[in-house]
Write a protein that binds this ligand. Structure first.
Ligand SMILES: NC(=O)c1ccc[n+]([C@@H]2O[C@H](COP(=O)([O-])OP(=O)(O)OC[C@H]3O[C@@H](n4cnc5c(N)ncnc54)[C@H](O)[C@@H]3O)[C@@H](O)[C@H]2O)c1
Length: 478
């Protein structure tokens, strides 16, 4: 099929490359010329493991082009995806201006030569399916006043559930595909588009191997066909629930610290109950990223429009806001005065395997520390260029590696659990520091190992009084 994807960000680039890898002929369109130029050179504008390789493969399969001009791409397409940003406004509402401009542009580019489906992949407030339809119609009647009745199209909502950092695996082997549409022709087009994915009829790329549960047993990906409104609600409910699970772990962690329990043990203890599940029960310094905060705020806003106060969602945001302050509290407990201290941050990205800094806890922590008179040194394997570019006024000293970041520091904070940090030689780190304080914001280190290495250690929700296991002296006899 011929496909256009509008928006070459984290979602659009991966969607376009995956659909082309499945054999569709895809054109990705973005209004940002510099992104398109990079993509034409085969370089992804975002860091996502395997994406450059997938783009190269996809070009040879179905075909993958990158354009700034929407018109030709839409005219030649059967399916047009909208994957533009929907960032939050100060009021908590989603900014729909990018969506509106994309939908109008689609309408203006249509002609009566074929039936097309406009698919909304951006996360949009409930009811936006209707808005997209209305805007496409407006675009049609503004550009082709005489042809309005002859131009036919359908609208679908196809929310995206990929996780940055494992976006290709999530897109090629999704848990489910949700398609909201109100007419059979649209649903049929979507089924045809996704058939190779649903039936897993493609060879696995070497850098994104098929997971074992899809290699044996039933191999079909479940498809959830719903109304457009339900599909839009599914996306918000999913993110609200995931954020709630993390927030719940953080709340339990804060209680664990007070009563002398170990949150990692508690979460394992409850997570083995299949009704609860262990995933997303890791206590830490709060969730971040471009989606959870904006989606919960948007859902709260929608609920309020209908006269409903969503108290669980409010609490979820409040708990997360509070958790962001935990690092500063712990640093104050260990160092007392932060003015004049040097604090090293390990990790800046909001989570590992991405360069995304949107709503990243690291930025808030750095800002607060600087405001309190501390000096901040930082190292992140991929997000330092993005951080420099997006926060030119943030006075961080960027370092070449974790070891140089902690040099002569008074404390080190593990902010992002990049795999390379878990293998660090703690003894070596502690020896280079002025004061060996380790705030483990993601509970990745063994508290005992950190203390044995010479650190004053604090994790999140971990039992500070847990004794360090002493080796039994070899020559002890009765
Ligand atoms: N990032 C994620 O992990 C994720 C996951 C699921 C859903 N989503 C949702 O997907 C949507 C896109 O998110 P993202 O992270 O990819 O955003 P992004 O900001 O990385 O990318 C959006 C892109 O759209 C382009 N754009 C904006 N208006 C345009 C227009 N009129 N024509 C052409 N291009 C235009 C921008 O230049 C940008 O490159 C959002 O609604 C988001 O909530 C994101």
């Amino acid at each position: 099929m011929r496909v256009t994807v509008i928006g070459t960000g984290y979602v659009g680039t991966v969607t376009g490359a995956c659909l082309a890898y499945l054999g569709h002929r895809v054109t990705c369109v973005d209004s940002d010329q510099s992104k398109i130029e990079k993509l034409r050179r085969g370089v992804s504008p975002i860091y996502e493991p395997g994406l450059n390789e997938l783009i190269a493969f996809a070009k040879d399969r179905g075909g993958l082009d990158f354009e700034t001009d929407l018109e030709l791409a839409v005219r030649e397409s059967d399916v047009i995806f909208i994957a533009v940003g929907t960032p939050p406004l100060p009021s908590g509402e989603s900014n729909l201006s990018y969506l509106e401009s994309a939908a109008r542009g689609i309408g203006a580019s249509m002609d009566p030569s074929r039936f097309r489906v406009v698919v909304n992949k951006s996360t949009v407030p409930v009811g936006s399916g209707n808005l997209v339809e209305a805007l496409v119609r407006e675009g049609i009647s503004d550009a082709h006043p005489g042809l309005s009745d002859r131009i036919v199209f359908g609208v679908a909502s196809n929310p995206e559930f990929l996780r940055e950092g494992s976006a290709i695996l999530d897109s090629l082997y999704p848990d489910r595909i949700v398609v909201g549409a109100d007419d059979p022709a649209t649903l049929e087009t979507m089924r045809k588009l996704y058939a190779p994915l649903i039936e897993q009829r493609f060879s696995e790329p070497s850098f994104a191997p098929r997971p074992s549960h899809l290699q044996s047993g039933p191999k079909e990906i479940p498809v959830v066909e719903t109304t457009i409104t339900s599909a839009e609600m599914i996306k918000y409910s999913a993110n609200a629930f995931l954020a709630l699970k993390i927030g719940f772990s953080n709340e339990m962690a804060n209680i664990c610290e007070r009563v002398g329990a170990e949150v990692t043990e508690v979460m394992t203890g409850i997570g083995l109950d299949w009704r609860i599940g262990r995933a997303f029960l890791n206590a830490g310094i709060g969730w971040g990223g471009s989606c959870f905060g904006k989606d919960i705020s948007s859902l709260l806003h929608t609920a309020a429009e209908y006269g409903y106060q969503a108290r669980i969602l409010e609490a979820s945001l409040a708990v997360n806001r509070m958790q962001r302050g935990v690092v500063i509290q712990k640093l104050q407990e260990k160092l007392f005065i932060l003015k004049g201290r040097t604090v090293a941050l390990l990790g800046l990205a909001f989570k590992p395997n991405t360069d995304d800094l949107r709503d990243a806890p690291s930025i808030q922590i750095a800002e607060k520390l600087i405001q309190m008179g501390a000096r901040v040194r930082a190292y992140d394997p991929v997000a330092m260029d993005a951080c420099r570019e997006q926060n030119p006024n943030l006075r961080i000293t960027y370092c070449d590696d974790a070891v140089s970041a902690v040099d002569h520091a008074d404390a080190v904070v593990l902010v992002t659990e990049w795999p390379e940090f878990t293998g660090l030689n703690l003894k070596h780190l502690a020896a280079r520091m002025h004061k060996a304080v380790l705030i483990d914001g993601r509970n990745v280190f063994s508290a005992d190992a950190a203390r044995e290495a010479g650190f004053e250690y604090a994790g999140i929700g971990r039992f500070a009084g847990r004794p360090v296991a002493k080796p039994v002296p070899a020559a002890v006899s009765d």
